[in-house]
Design a protein around this ligand. Structure first.
Ligand SMILES: *Cc1c(COP(=O)(O)O)cnc(C)c1O
Length: 299
């Protein structure tokens, strides 16, 4: 059978192996395995989330609230943006997919960093768009700007802090950069790890509100999969001008978020203490790892 030619250049995304599979394949005990492949949170999610999800187990026969009112209200309060400036996705991954389907096609280009989150390229290829990559390892916004002038991409991705390198871009430079981009180019700021930047380094911390108040062409992405420890619930969000959100909404399948995931995200958002302590522990471990690496003997 012949399929759409766009598929020819797409490699199937290889997800990190689940622990059960490593146990089966290598005969290693589960307690001896440390899973790093998908950047999941080793401290899990708030115990309050687990309780809340259990308590609504009887709601499974009904479709979820498709207006997602409660979570939008929570995010709106948290970020100081309007509810109609928010879209919820089955992971922020799904919002990336909506954005590329809304804004790119086989005649357009998508500009991304040399090393960055794999799904930008995969979703760009779904719609046949050409992917342009920078050369620099870390985001070099001068190089981004040069490539923007040369290629006139319809979508630009900035991933900060970046997956998989952990590097983050100076917040002021991000804004200076976006100010130079024409308003018909969609700039996607992927803040999947932004909670960590807010904790660690104010110069690298961006908020969706400051971005969308200043720029009509920015889509900010956030997720519950990392700092909130809810990777298994598949829930993330996009924040942008009402105009952008309305366009993305046309691509959203009905009931794209389960009742359990919506409840989990609402409760997770309210337990900020848990999230902050989980972030703090991650940095303690990171500092410990860096210390031992710097003191390791090299032969
Ligand atoms: C994990 C991740 C996402 C998406 O996560 P979801 O689980 O789909 O919400 C998006 N961008 C980056 C950079 C990530 O690391």
């Amino acid at each position: 059978m012949k399929f759409n030619s766009e598929l020819d250049s797409i490699r199937t995304y290889e997800a990190g192996k689940p622990i059960e599979l490593v146990v089966r394949e290598y005969g290693i005990k589960p307690q001896d395995i440390i899973k790093l492949a998908s950047n999941e949170n080793p401290y899990g999610c708030s115990p309050k989330v687990q309780e809340a999800v259990k308590s609504i187990a009887d709601k499974m026969s009904l479709y979820p609230d498709d207006s997602m009112y409660k979570l939008k209200e929570g995010l709106s309060r948290r970020f100081g943006v309007a509810e109609n400036e928010i879209i919820i996705g089955a992971g922020s991954d799904q919002v990336i997919e909506f954005a590329l389907h809304a804004k790119a096609n086989s005649k357009s280009k998508v500009l991304i960093n040399s090393i960055t989150f794999a799904m930008y390229e995969i979703y760009a290829r779904h719609v046949g768009a050409e992917v342009i990559r920078t050369n620099s390892r870390a985001h070099d916004l001068d190089e981004f700007y040069k490539l923007y002038l040369e290629h006139k991409p319809s979508v630009i991705f900035l991933c900060t802090p970046n997956n998989p390198t952990g590097e983050s871009i100076d917040a002021a430079s991000v804004k200076e950069f976006i100010a130079k981009i024409d308003s018909d180019t969609l700039v996607i700021v992927d803040g999947a790890y932004m909670e960590y930047a807010h904790y660690r380094d104010a110069d690298k911390a961006l908020t969706p509100k400051e971005l969308i108040d200043e720029f009509e062409n920015v889509l900010y992405l956030g997720t519950f999969s990392k700092a909130y420890g809810l990777g298994g619930m598949r829930i993330g969000y996009g924040i942008a001008s009402h105009e952008i959100i309305s366009a993305l909404y046309k691509l959203r399948p009905p009931f794209n978020i389960t009742t359990l995931s919506l409840e989990a995200a609402c409760v997770a958002l309210e337990d900020e203490e848990f999230v902050q302590s989980s972030i703090a522990k991650s940095f303690e471990e990171m500092d410990r790892q860096c210390y031992s690496r710097n003191h390791r003997k090299t032969v």
